[in-house]
Design a protein around this ligand. Structure first.
Ligand code: ZN
Length: 378
């Protein structure tokens, strides 16, 4: 074997791993895995990235690893205002930024035209173009609603729809069926192409029939593109730009073929609350831990969010929806708030109800979570 071939193979392996990287906003959450084995990858804990964005790396063996990106957007359309921060911020201990002049300007001109360029102008940074479009639509609805009652109805409908576990289960099952073929076809096309390539260079017996291998590779490749386009159109009918970009990637990059299904999975649950998606994908202790993080976060906001009356109304609505969802799924909120006995036995007197850090004193506030008062462990 000569060196350039090794180098090319090495480059392909690197591209294969890079194709498994998912760029998200720091507060976003990725459910990655497959079947019964999903885990939570949080952007706030990811190693790669900067203060705003993070790279989450999926395990490099598709089709057994998909990542569903979910997030609580940094722009909350409530029944009374468009707030330039998230009402919930799981994993974050600092208070939200003060309203910047740009945000105030954005809010003052909550007009349909302005909101259509939301992603750029209003700092409503999102992990997905679909999420940005959804937010823009919510802002347009907000601006178009004539009475406060209409706005309340829109808000409650949005919160309820985002907690619709039945809809998530149905979408997940539908995706499993529709993406089954491409889940196999993609990796097969990748392996066959790789095999043809190696054979072309090292197996003299294949040289006489080179056109057969080219034919099979091209046929598989085209099949992947056609199938990808069909499934993408079914789940994201309006996202034409996203479809074209990903088809282009699949058309030019051989290792990307293996990730065809992963590309489709990414935005499947845009618009659903991470807690509701977690209830569908996670099991046992993983679900319990995740639900406890989300629940204790919304119950114990860092200083700044809960003190603003517009946000407080929405936070209470969120708490009601979370509670109904959790009880329906058999996760009592009491067990999520429970304080382990061992902490009291070990002499810790205080506990931060948000980040669950323990303290030797029972009074005061958490040193990490701004403004969150400690609770007694006994
Ligand atoms: Zn804390």
């Amino acid at each position: 074997m000569h060196d350039p071939v090794y180098q090319l193979l090495a480059v392909w392996i690197v591209i294969h791993i890079v194709d498994g990287a998912v760029l998200i906003r720091r507060p976003a959450i990725v459910f990655s895995g497959w079947g019964q084995w999903y885990r939570v990858q949080s952007g706030s804990k990811a190693v790669f990235g900067n203060a705003r964005k993070a790279l989450v790396i999926l395990r490099p063996w598709p089709p057994f690893e998909s990542g569903f990106v979910t997030e609580i957007p940094e722009l909350t359309v409530t029944s009374t205002a468009v707030l330039p921060y998230a009402v919930q911020r799981p994993g974050r201990k600092d208070p939200p930024d003060a309203w910047s002049p740009l945000d105030a300007e954005c809010l003052a001109s909550a007009q349909a035209e302005h909101m259509s360029v939301l992603g750029i102008d209003c700092k409503a940074d999102t992990s997905s173009i679909l999420e940005a479009e959804r937010l823009a639509a919510a802002c347009r609805d907000f601006a178009a609603a004539s009475t406060e009652e209409d706005r309340k109805a829109l808000f409650h409908h949005r919160v309820q729809a985002s907690h619709d576990v039945l809809a998530i289960r149905a979408r997940y099952a539908d995706f499993g069926r529709e993406s089954a073929l491409i889940g196999v076809l993609g990796p097969v096309a990748w392996l066959v192409s790789l095999g043809s390539f190696i054979g072309f260079f090292y197996v003299p017996a294949m040289w006489a029939h080179w056109y057969l291998f080219v034919l099979v590779t091209v046929a598989l490749w085209v099949h992947v593109l056609v199938e990808f386009s069909r499934v993408h159109r079914r789940f994201y009918p309006t996202a034409v730009g996203d479809r074209v970009t990903k088809l282009f990637m699949l058309g030019v990059s051989l290792p990307a073929l293996a990730h065809a299904r992963t590309f489709l999975a990414r935005d499947l649950f845009v618009g659903f609350h991470p807690l509701a998606v977690g209830c569908v994908l996670l099991r046992g202790p993983t679900l319990h831990r995740f639900a406890a993080d989300i629940w204790n976060d919304v119950k114990n906001p860092t200083h700044g969010i809960g003190t603003r009356s517009e946000a407080e109304v929405e936070r209470q609505a969120m708490i009601r929806s979370h509670r109904a969802l959790l009880e329906n799924e058999g996760l009592g909120t009491q067990s999520l708030e429970a304080i382990p006995d061992e902490w009291a036995q070990r002499g810790f007197l205080g506990l931060c109800p948000r980040c669950r850090s323990v303290y030797e004193v029972a009074e005061g506030t958490c040193s990490d979570c701004v403004g969150v008062a400690l609770v007694k462990t006994q």
